[in-house]
Design a binder for this molecule. Structure first.
Ligand code: X8Z
Ligand code: ZN
Length: 610
């Protein structure tokens, strides 16, 4: 539920029993429906959604900032009420299926039908059971901690340690223990899938996977093919990166720990889920010349950055594009640091509490380069939310969910050496010359390219789980089959225990947040970047371009943001970039110089892991 606040269709957030749709326009209403009735139905639905969104958002905010049995109880109740309203409205909308509605109305009807990420069937008790499972899964993940050397270590700290510890035994211990937290999630997840699928089927979808793929202004099968096409565009680059990194790890740790061929041991990649490998940059940095010469984590610490200062720096970037500053309430109501004395959901998120100006982030910020990027990511959500606040509530969302995820990351791509000098994190003479380009690009690729197969497999696994292709007894094996197939990684220590549920160790599985959005975002943010750099008149290599201070870019950017999801996403993409297609060629051009380097370095190796 909380994740539904991160820029998904507003309907995803709605539902409250006291106010479930009593519109007189429900499925049971008599007579031939008219366009005027459909209009009245939508007016009423939007009114209910607006109220419920705010009600739910405040409950989920309190729950995520203060996890107790009581706030779990409240969130469970609000979640069930949301789902019931959403399902009720979606079913009621079916009455107008055969009418030839004006485009805006038809679009709103469609969002009513696909707005719930996890619908329940309308039968008695289903929404409550589903909500109880969701709340439990989310809170179990958020409260998870492990014991290392007699000390309890929360996930937030573990995550950082996975990027800095270099002892393979300790890495394996942290990695393995974190996956004990998710063991009890398996049976609950199975039940969640059963109920959610039943809910999706009642709304006319084959299963939850088809529902999730319905939000892209094209047929679900067409979208699946589109994603496959994009993956095909970037896979050759991933294969080269995998090969290069495997060789570096094998050299660092020795053949016994990491063989020079085959898949990579998942815990050696500098991240709990092997999703971004930036943590191991020092291990695989280009030898001799080519290194960057500074480390953003160290710079932030040296300059005494605080979590607030990191957020202020992000805000200043958006201001430099001509966007209005954040409201005072952003600063007084956001959570920037992990509280000492209570459980909170530390996984970073951005919230829109009232569909207007009460926007906030919630982050257990650490002073490091990762979180410097993350704060820009979260602010991107907030600026988008505020920009589309004047749209009708059913259009208050990203052009598609990949847009929402791409906004802040697109800004993050402008954190170049020159930009760091502009804001005083380094001095002008510390800006590395072109010989450091390989290092700059490698460090970026470790975070951006490594992520693509991870993001793709996350939802591939869920699509297969939802369709029954992966049966409950094979949840974990199916997960690892895909991890190996797409990412070329294997678990440390050989086969996983029979009762393991490793997918549950990643926030978005217990949190039920679709993950395809991040795959799309990581492709599209480079499209945004390339188009923006061209707009700003930049002529050098893309990875040296920063759009900091460009009003020209800011103006077009704001136009796209203000559209929300009022128009099909190709229109929004065109408004900003001039093109109507998602396309991996921008990410390929960005990394082109690195590709050449990797191919040379990998000569003589047998790349791949089959
Ligand atoms: O979950 C997030 C954001 C919140 S929408 C912090 N991200 C994905 C992740 O952490 O797995 C950002 C990129 C990928
Ligand atoms: Zn996000």
């Amino acid at each position: 539920m909380k994740k539904l606040l991160m820029g998904v269709a507003a309907l995803a957030l709605v539902g409250c029993s006291q106010q479930t749709a009593q519109t007189g326009h429900e499925a049971g209403a008599k007579g031939t429906p008219t366009i005027a009735e459909a209009e009245a139905f939508i007016v009423d639905a939007e009114k209910q959604l607006t109220e419920m969104n705010e009600y739910g958002a405040r409950i989920f905010w309190v729950n995520a900032n203060f996890i107790t049995d009581d706030t779990d109880w409240l969130a469970t109740k609000a979640g069930a009420d949301f789902t019931k309203l959403g399902v009720n409205l979606a079913n009621s909308a079916k009455r107008f299926n055969d009418l030839d509605l004006p485009p805006e109305l038809a679009r709103k009807m469609k969002f009513l039908k696909i707005g719930l990420t996890l619908p329940a069937p309308s039968k008695e008790g289903a929404a409550e059971e589903l909500s109880e499972i969701s709340t439990w899964l989310g809170s179990t993940y958020a409260k998870g901690e492990i014991e290392m050397d007699g000390e309890l270590v929360p996930r937030n700290d573990l995550e950082e340690l996975m990027g800095t510890v270099r002892n393979p035994e300790i890495l394996q211990e942290m990695w393995t223990k974190w996956r004990e937290v998710s063991v009890p999630m398996g049976p609950k997840y199975q039940r969640l899938v059963e109920i959610g699928n039943e809910g999706a089927q009642e709304l006319g979808f084959k299963d939850l996977g088809e529902l999730w793929l319905s939000g892209y202004d094209m047929e679900p099968a067409e979208m699946a093919a589109e994603v496959d096409r994009l993956w095909g565009q970037v896979k050759p680059l991933y294969d080269q990166l995998h090969c290069y990194v495997r060789a570096g790890l094998s050299e660092e740790y020795g053949e016994d720990v990491q063989a020079a061929d085959g898949p990579i041991r998942a815990d050696l990649l500098g991240n709990m889920w092997a999703q971004n490998w930036g943590g191991i940059y020092p291990l695989v940095a280009p030898k001799g010349t080519g290194d960057v010469g500074y480390d953003v984590t160290e710079l932030l610490k040296e300059k005494d950055y605080t979590p607030i200062k990191m957020a202020e720096t992000g805000e200043a970037f958006f201001s430099s594009l001509g966007l209005d500053p954040l409201p005072d309430t952003f600063w007084s109501r956001s959570l920037f640091t992990k509280p000492r004395d209570r459980d909170v959901v530390c996984h970073a998120s951005a919230w829109d509490l009232d569909g207007a100006d009460d926007i906030r982030i919630k982050m257990c910020t650490k002073i490091n380069a990762d979180d410097f990027n993350t704060v820009h990511h979260e602010l991107g959500h907030n600026y988008y939310q505020r920009a589309y606040k004047n749209q009708p509530v059913l259009f208050q969302s990203g052009a598609h969910d990949g847009f929402h995820e791409a906004i802040g990351d697109f800004i993050g791509l402008s954190i170049t050496p020159q930009y760091l000098a502009d804001i005083g994190l380094i001095t002008q003479d510390m800006i590395p010359d072109a010989s450091a380009d390989t290092g700059l690009l490698l460090s970026q690729a470790l975070d951006k390219i490594s992520f693509l197969p991870f993001a793709y497999m996350m939802d591939n696994w869920r699509w297969q789980v939802f369709s029954g292709e992966i049966a409950p007894g094979d949840y974990n094996q199916g997960w690892w089959n895909l991890r190996t197939e797409y990412q070329g990684i294997v678990p440390p220590g050989g086969a996983r225990p029979a009762d393991a549920f490793d997918p549950g160790s990643k926030y978005h599985i217990p949190g039920n947040t679709p993950y395809l959005r991040y795959f799309l975002s990581f492709v599209m943010q480079f499209q945004f970047h390339k188009a923006a750099c061209e707009m700003s008149g930049w002529e050098g290599p893309l990875h040296r371009c920063s759009i900091y201070g460009s009003d020209v870019v800011g103006e077009k950017f704001q136009k796209m943001l203000e559209m929300g999801q009022s128009q099909p996403w190709p229109d929004a993409l065109e408004a900003f970039t001039g093109t109507r297609e998602m396309d991996g060629s921008a990410i390929i051009s960005y990394f082109e110089p690195l590709m050449g380097y990797l191919e040379t370095q990998n000569q003589g190796q047998s790349c791949g892991w089959k």
